[in-house]
Design a protein around this ligand. Structure first.
Ligand code: HEC
Length: 136
């Protein structure tokens, strides 16, 4: 269903993002200005990112390095222009919760795990977003 109609996907996406933001406040925006040392939330996100079998298994942080997924070097900057109408934080959140909704050019769908929305709590997703917003 998610892959059939772009308008449906967008509607679902906006609805879900709006729900999330309403539920927990605009958390990710509060870390828009990266600091040399990570905030507690971003540090939690970094730990999750590097956890066994998690994001770092597929995503390198050095530029141009492809493990399975794209390098996330500079993702805080790229994320802002990936999908029109989505802020960097909204795009990053959607990348975790709805990986099918946007596929990075040059990569295939279905490689990024689609079960993260069930596996991760809302604070965990927010922490991952906070961490990725420091990768600029
Ligand atoms: C099994 C490998 C795999 C794992 C594990 C994985 N990803 Fe991905 N990810 C991918 C692939 C492949 C893509 C590119 C295809 C796509 O857009 O869905 C991607 C795309 C992304 C993007 C979009 C990048 C861009 O340049 O726009 C983000 C952000 C992302 N992943 C974050 C995460 C986070 C955070 C985790 C851990 C919670 C994670 N990924 C776990 C494979 C993976």
């Amino acid at each position: 269903m998610l892959q059939q109609r772009p308008s449906t996907i967008l509607t679902l996406l906006f609805f879900a993002v709006a729900l999330l933001l309403a539920a927990c406040g605009s958390v990710a925006n509060s870390v828009a200005t990266p600091t040399p040392s990570l905030s507690a939330e971003a540090a939690q996100g970094q730990a999750l990112f590097q956890g066994k079998g998690r994001c770092a298994t597929c995503h390198a942080l050095s530029p141009e390095t492809i493990i399975v997924g794209p390098s996330l070097a500079g993702i805080a900057t790229h994320a802002a222009s990936r999908v029109a109408g989505l802020s960097a934080a909204e795009y990053l959140e959607a990348s975790i919760l709805f990986p099918d909704s946007y596929i990075v050019p040059g990569f295939e769908n279905q490689q990024m795990p689609t079960t993260l929305a069930k596996e991760l709590s809302v604070p965990e997703v927010e922490a991952l977003v906070a961490y990725m917003l420091t990768l600029d």
